[in-house]
Design a binder for this molecule. Structure first.
Ligand code: PEP
Ligand code: MG
Length: 730
């Protein structure tokens, strides 16, 4: 390497080229060539680590014989490349052949190369492959060479992880054909079925580049395809004519026009004449348009470019008939993503954050999904299938067993009553069944119905919605939370684009900026509660006491307005969510203003630990049983007791049987959870005395790390013969 500037320039150029390449093969081919040139060396090769084979496979080389690609396979720890991977550190040898680990592969023609520099490619602590340069004559690669290659490898890591995630790279399957993928366990349960990929399978980057043998044929093919597509769109529009609005129908005309425009077909034809076959030419043109749309400074247009995604939205969930849906997996998301919460509420086994899932190749494949351990087995071997069949049967037997005590009180053996409530948000058809088993609704997430409509529901519509909810559970209390959008809960008709959405415009911050939205909601809630009087109102994402004052002012105004309209309503009890750490230290001030507290442990965890609840990369750090959280929760419950205010917890922690025992011991006055968590939590409460739970809490409070807490809880649950209530772990 000549100088620092030239190194930086080369790096920048290579990174640009790699990121701009149309597929991983092209990126790798470019990269090895550039590196060889920049380092003035003879060979540059890339080896991909195959997890299942625990081996490194030569994937791309410039300098070694190309026939060796795919043929040279080195088990981890074997050969120099295997050694680099095993140690996860660079290896720089002037005379490679004298190294005891040197292995010779005839296919590579490798004997001619003396010097060797290899660096591992690591993404999120996982080894993905090895980048190697070699030289015929003896040469000591210097520090700068090493630094350059390490930087290259770090850049490649992200590109490679993405390619693996999107299936743009060929990975070998296990010998049986079965492949296992890991993700974040997001909703418990196990399921077997056939994979249906619901993201659009078209991936522009997977269209290969081919030089056409007959340009005229390619052009004719293109015109025929455009003609057929126009006919299909016309037919679809005719079918929908009485079922969708004229505005939506107009979209079909727009598609027709786009396809009819000479510009598009001319552009594609031009690409064909430049030497690209029809599918490749179309992909090139579309890609160019997408890049343009991504650059334009218009939210609406930019949104269109992002329409193709690999994220499951709450709205998507609503579209699939429940009886057809056995489980869910997604490349994105984490265990407290809102999709995960809804999936748990619906009892759908779910694994999220499966970053290396090859989506395009999953369609139609038989799969086994393990929502407890966060695993997906594709094309499972018969033995594995049989094992899961019996595990599923066992789980069904347990839930059958627990269902027998569902109508018994949630009371400890020493007579302590622990009120259990449910979190709702979806249509509650189970209300009739649930009513006798709970003390009320501890959290009605009003944003969920807002997420599946196409615009803000009006006052009448909201009143109907809330009346339904209040009536179904009456006379039990229903805690309705005002709209909590932002973060990962976007309304399709009210997009919020921010660099840090969880630290941004969220919850109360949005609705106080839009009093017209909040007023409609408060009025609807108040009207809905008329004569039922079981409404409790909860304000989310409170950071400052003034926000509570302002929200209460609006509430009083709504009551006054309704009175003027001849609708007299009772002032409901009002609470705040304790989910921003600032509120932990403002309990006295808050208690002067509100009637109750509700701890949102999902957000409190993410904000106290500074771990994005949605980011699979840091999901192992997200832990509601972190000693810091336990300390905060303990303090909160003591403060509430001192201030004589009820305090409930409505985050996912309440639905964890061991977590629920700790919260009970701390003195929480109620616990609110997804309905499917009720049986196990009730079973734990009915079997462990308050005295024992307090003893457990005092033991746990002395521990220093989240891991110690988990180990201790597992052990004690085992002593009490309650480990069957905990999610199975390996
Ligand atoms: C929470 O943050 O714990 C909570 C209950 O609210 P949500 O999960 O909807 O943010
Ligand atoms: Mg929250």
């Amino acid at each position: 390497m000549k100088s620092k500037t030239s190194m930086l320039e080369v790096l920048r150029r290579v990174i640009q080229e790699v990121n701009g390449a149309r597929n991983l093969d092209a990126a790798l081919a470019t990269m090895v060539r550039r590196i060889r040139k920049a380092m003035h060396t003879d060979v540059c090769s890339f080896y991909l680590y195959d997890k299942e084979l625990e081996s490194l496979v030569l994937m791309e080389t410039i300098g070694l014989r190309t026939q060796a690609v795919g043929q040279v396979v080195l088990p981890l720890g074997e050969g120099l490349v295997g050694l680099v991977a095993k140690r996860s550190e660079p290896l720089n040898l002037e005379d490679a052949q004298s190294h005891p680990q040197f292995r010779y592969f005839e296919a590579t023609g490798e004997e001619r190369y003396s010097s060797f520099l290899g660096v591992p490619i690591i993404h999120q602590r996982l080894m993905l492959g090895v980048l190697v340069v070699q030289q015929a004559e003896q040469r000591q690669y210097d520090d700068e060479d090493e630094a350059f290659l390490v930087t290259m490898a770090a850049q490649l890591a992200g590109v490679l992880a993405h390619a693996l995630a999107t299936g743009n790279i060929n990975r070998r399957a296990l010998p049986s054909g079965q492949t296992m993928f890991k993700g974040v366990a997001a909703s418990p349960g196990m399921a077997m079925g056939e994979a249906v990929v619901i993201t659009p399978p078209s991936d522009l980057n997977s269209v290969p580049d081919l030089v056409p043998s007959d340009e005229d044929f390619e052009v004719a093919r293109l015109k025929e395809a455009i003609g057929k597509t126009r006919a299909e769109i016309r037919a679809a529009a005719e079918r929908l004519v009485n079922r969708i609005s004229t505005q939506e129908l107009a979209l079909f005309d727009v598609y027709q026009q786009m396809l009819g425009e000479a510009a598009l077909s001319e552009e594609v034809e031009k690409r064909i004449r430049e030497g690209q076959w029809a599918p490749g030419a179309l992909a090139d043109v579309v890609r160019r348009h997408v890049q343009y749309l991504e650059r334009v400074d218009d939210n609406y247009l930019r949104e269109r470019a992002a329409d193709v995604g690999d994220e499951i939205s709450v709205a998507m969930l609503g579209e699939v008939p429940r009886d057809k849906l056995k489980g869910l997996v997604s490349v994105r998301g984490s265990s407290t993503s809102h999709v995960a919460i809804i999936a748990r509420a619906m009892g759908i086994p779910t694994v999220l954050g499966m970053v290396d899932l090859p989506l395009p190749r999953l369609s139609g494949a038989p799969v086994v999904l393990d929502g407890h351990r966060g695993r997906l087995f594709v094309r499972p071997a018969p033995e594995l299938q049989a094992r899961y069949e019996s595990l599923i049967a066992e789980e069904e037997a347990l839930s059958e067993l627990l269902s027998h005590e569902q109508d018994l009180p949630s009371e400890t053996p020493d007579g302590h009553d622990m009120p259990l409530m449910v979190n709702t948000g979806l249509a509650v058809d189970a209300a009739a069944l649930l009513k006798s088993r709970i003390s009320g609704v501890g959290l009605y997430r009003t944003e969920v119905p807002f997420m599946i409509t196409e615009r803000f529901p009006g006052e009448k519509e909201q009143t109907r919605l809330y009346r339904d909810q209040l009536e179904s559970f009456s006379p039990l209390p229903v805690v309705m939370r005002t709209l909590d959008i932002g973060g990962d809960k976007d309304l399709p008709y009210f997009p919020i684009e921010e660099a840090n959405p969880f630290l941004g415009w969220r919850g109360m911050r949005v609705t106080l900026d839009h009093p017209e939205v909040l007023m409609v909601q408060l009025r609807a809630m108040l009207k809905a509660s008329k004569e039922l009087d079981n409404l409790y109102v909860l304000f989310p994402m409170i950071t400052n006491v003034e926000e509570v004052d302002e929200a209460l002012r609006l509430m009083d105004r709504a009551i006054l307005e309704l009175g003027e309209e001849g609708i007299d309503v009772e002032r409901p009890k009002v609470g705040v969510m304790i989910e921003v750490p600032a509120t932990i230290y403002q309990m006295d001030a808050l208690a002067k203003r509100v009637d109750f507290f509700s701890v949102g442990s999902n957000d409190l965890t993410q904000y106290l630990l500074a771990v994005d609840r949605n980011n699979p990369r840091v999901s192992s750090l997200y832990d509601a049983l972190h000693p810091a959280l336990l300390g905060a929760l303990q303090e909160l419950s003591q403060d509430a007791l001192r201030l004589k205010k009820p305090i409930s917890l409505c985050g996912e922690l309440a639905g964890d049987p061991a977590g629920a025992l700790l919260l009970m011991a701390m003195g929480f006055t109620s616990l609110s959870m997804n309905a499917p968590s009720l049986p196990k939590v009730r079973a734990a409460i009915r079997r462990v005395s308050l005295k024992d739970a307090k003893q457990l809490l005092s033991e746990v409070m002395l521990l220093d790390t989240p891991e110690q807490v988990h180990i201790h809880l597992d052990k004690r649950m085992d002593d009490w013969q309650l480990s069957h209530l905990l999610p199975p772990r390996d």
